[in-house]
Design a protein around this ligand. Structure first.
Ligand code: NAP
Length: 684
């Protein structure tokens, strides 16, 4: 008897008390592991996450959490060769395994680096700018995201045992939520192995990750209003869990990634002989065979212009005939078995419904040539291509055969292609393969409301394209309607899904204290040491330097025009400038104003300020005319120490005013400021 999978709960590996059910190698039928059918003490599991994992995570800033994810990603990447043998057992080829294993680790690394670049080194995330409410500026509002004191329960599908876990773990972890992972039983042995490596690494705070290799009965009953369920699986299970009393009645968050009848539309311009025609056929074959079609993003409906149907069918069938099906670890095998014989039977059932509405034109489910394995013991199927000349039948738009199965169907014009696409009632992804910008625009705008992601593929982007079926950490994954109505990933958006957004109203001083970022109207601290003489640790939010006044002369403007070559008439031609409805005469260049302002606030000698790396939100508000006088007010707005460097980022609120006190320009100056070197005396 193979080993029973263990759960990792409450800080230890827990041995199941039953014999469990066998999990078979998808290709050989041999037992790989056993999965317990008994439930756990989920009250204790959830309590541990709340009591131990949550507080440990909330101690860390976004950047500290990111550093842990980065270290974990590197550690797992170093161990990935140990994951591949079990990945083969799931039916995945080496290429499929790279999507799951390397792809999952890639999500950790991508999130780690995005978090450092886009999140503050803090525990609060500010959403957008300040809203001014009171006229005098004493009552303002700021939207903030904070961490929920809850748990993230992830319930995953069998097809991506590694990526499925890591793509949910990364954003939840950054958001400060401890995770409880419930993998699908069929392939849980690979998830368990990866969790063993994670636990052994000691890189994540204790309690921030628990693994349930057991029946989930009773788990949802423990959840409450601060908790989130992130589900991936079939629409039927999603519907059942969505109506769970804790979800309906106790406000448990619920995000579903379910199945979808994704389409790929061949543009009318993309006939045989065009690069787009070849790309279409290649992509269709790739999506049918990658992971043996067990991808929620695979192309299920291939829509082609009616006159091209025969040609596309022939070209696709010819390529599918060359696909070698077999034992997934063998070189030369392009498609492995499905994850289990139960899954294969499920696909055959779905195929039966589809063949009532479409005819099979490539592949015979009863006869499959298998390289290196016994077809009677493994869960093998050949790629199965159907053709539905009648594109109106419900089944082809509704039945998901979660395997190497796609249906070709014709369309007449773009309006019909759009109408067919949206008969999927909401999909994760759709693609249009065209070199005609008008076709791209009509299709994308016609179907976007029904899709989470859209790929426009043509000769120009094909080489770099990541393909129809690959969700990326930086892009939204999820889809409306039938696809579950959920949303994951999408860069920092994915982190915010796990956090709570609140609008906080109050005075600028109070909101500055709450948000950790200086807000217009809050107290400024000026006098004493120039802020550019302060190391990062010495700077305080609100530290201010006021520079000026400085008169702007006609000669300054003429010299700036001559120096830069910016001789736009408003700066150089008094007659033409007088006709300008906004200026009515010569005005200073906006960039001259910004440059003069820098000369007013700078502290020139070598010191803690290392570099200016840009400005944000630059706006020119009032024209500056010869004779005007400028004053600049520079205020430390946000301090972001970098954990891995001996400097950090400082954002300075900058306001340039004229002699009447009117704002001429506003922007944020971005600088890198050194941390104080050990032993360096402080300037007073
Ligand atoms: P599934 O049968 O719906 O199972 C999904 C998960 O739900 C499994 O972990 C399962 O655990 C768990 N589960 C079932 N009943 C539960 C309950 N009462 N309480 C808590 N958990 C419960 O789906 P699957 O067969 O694994 O996956 C295939 C489907 O997933 C396909 O339809 C595919 O389109 C979809 N999918 C969608 C995405 C996406 O991102 N949108 C990605 C991949 C797959 P057990 O295994 O222990 O039963």
């Amino acid at each position: 008897m193979a080993a029973l999978l263990h759960s990792y709960v409450a800080g230890q590996w827990s041995t199941p008390q039953d014999d469990g059910v066998p999990l078979a190698d998808a290709a050989t039928g041999e037992e790989v592991a056993r999965y317990s059918t008994r439930a756990l003490d989920f009250a204790a599991v959830v309590d541990y996450a709340r009591r131990v994992g949550g507080p440990a995570l909330r101690e860390l800033t976004f950047h500290e959490r990111a550093a842990a994810l980065k270290a974990l990603g590197k550690r797992l990447m170093g161990a990935k060769d140990q994951f591949y043998p079990l990945s083969f057992a799931t039916g995945a080829t080496a290429r499929d395994s790279a999507l799951d294993v390397d792809g999952g680790i890639g999500v950790l690394l991508s999130y780690a680096s995005k978090a450092v670049r886009e999140l503050p080194n803090d525990t609060v995330y500010l959403d957008g700018g300040t809203e001014s409410i009171g006229r005098a500026g004493t009552f303002v509002a700021q939207h903030i995201y904070t961490t929920r004191p809850g748990v993230a329960v992830q319930i995953n599908a069998f097809n991506f045992p590694v990526w499925g876990m890591l793509e949910k773990l990364a954003p939840a972890f950054l958001a400060g939520l401890p995770t409880i992972v419930k993998p699908a039983h069929q392939t849980a042995y690979l998830t368990e192995l990866v969790v063993r490596h994670i636990v052994e690494s000691g890189l994540l705070p204790e309690g921030s990750l628990q693994l349930v290799c057991a029946s989930p009965d009773g788990l949802l009953e423990q959840l409450g209003e601060q908790d989130v369920i992130a589900f991936t699986g079939s629409a039927a299970t999603a519907a059942r869990l969505r109506s769970h009393p804790r979800v309906v009645g106790a406000g448990v968050g619920f995000n579903a990634e379910a199945d979808s009848l994704n389409c790929a539309i061949l543009g009318p311009d993309a006939g045989p002989g065009t690069p787009e025609f070849d790309l279409y056929v290649k992509q269709l074959v790739a999506e049918m065979t990658s992971k043996a079609g067990q991808k929620c993003t695979a192309i299920r409906r291939a829509l082609v212009p009616r006159p091209l149907l025969d040609t596309v069918a022939d070209a696709t069938a010819a390529q599918l005939a060359a696909v070698v099906v077999g034992k997934p670890d063998l070189d030369g095998v392009r498609m492995g078995p499905l994850a289990s014989t139960a899954q294969r039977d499920e696909v055959l059932r779905a195929l039966k419904s589809l063949t009532d509405a479409a005819r099979l034109i490539s592949g015979d489910p009863q006869h499959v040539a298998v390289e290196g394995a016994d077809p009677d013991r493994g869960a093998f199927l050949p790629p199965l291509l159907l053709r539905a000349d009648d594109n109106t039948a419900d089944a082809v738009h509704e039945v998901e055969a979660f395997g190497p199965v796609s249906t070709l169907m014709p369309y007449g014009d773009i309006d019909e292609a759009v109408a067919l696409a949206i008969r999927g009632r909401g999909s994760l992804v759709g693609s249009v393969i065209t070199h005609d910008p008008e076709v791209a625009r009509r299709v994308v705008l016609g179907v976007a409301a029904y899709h989470g992601r859209l790929l426009v593929l043509d000769r120009d982007d094909a080489k770099e394209s990541t393909g129809h079926g690959s969700p990326l950490p930086t892009l939204v994954h999820g889809g409306p309607g039938r696809a579950g109505g959920g949303e994951e990933l999408g860069g920092i958006r994915g982190v915010l899904h796990y956090m709570q957004r609140s609008a906080v109203q109050g005075s600028p001083d109070m909101l500055t204290a709450v948000a950790g970022r200086w807000i217009t109207g809050a107290a400024r601290h000026s006098g004493g040491v120039h802020p550019f003489r302060k190391y990062l640790e010495e700077l305080r939010i609100g530290d201010t330097i006021v520079g000026g006044p400085r008169a702007v002369t006609a000669e300054d403007i003429a010299q700036f025009a001559a120096l830069t070559g910016d001789t736009f008439y408003a700066h150089t031609d008094p007659v033409a400038a007088a006709q300008n409805p906004l200026f009515g005469g010569i005005v200073a260049h906006g960039y001259l104003v910004v440059s003069l302002a820098a000369g007013l606030f700078v502290e020139p000698s070598p010191g803690p300020v290392l570099a200016n790396f840009g400005v944000d939100n630059l706006r020119f508000l009032t024209p500056v005319k010869p004779g005007d006088s400028l004053t600049v007010t520079l205020t430390a707005k946000q301090l972001t120490p970098r954990a891995s460097a001996d400097y950090g980022e400082v954002r300075w609120d900058t306001v340039v005013t004229n002699q009447d006190g009117a704002a001429v320009a506003t922007y944020d100056v971005l600088t890198l400021v050194a941390k104080r070197p050990a032993g360096q005396p402080r300037e007073v």
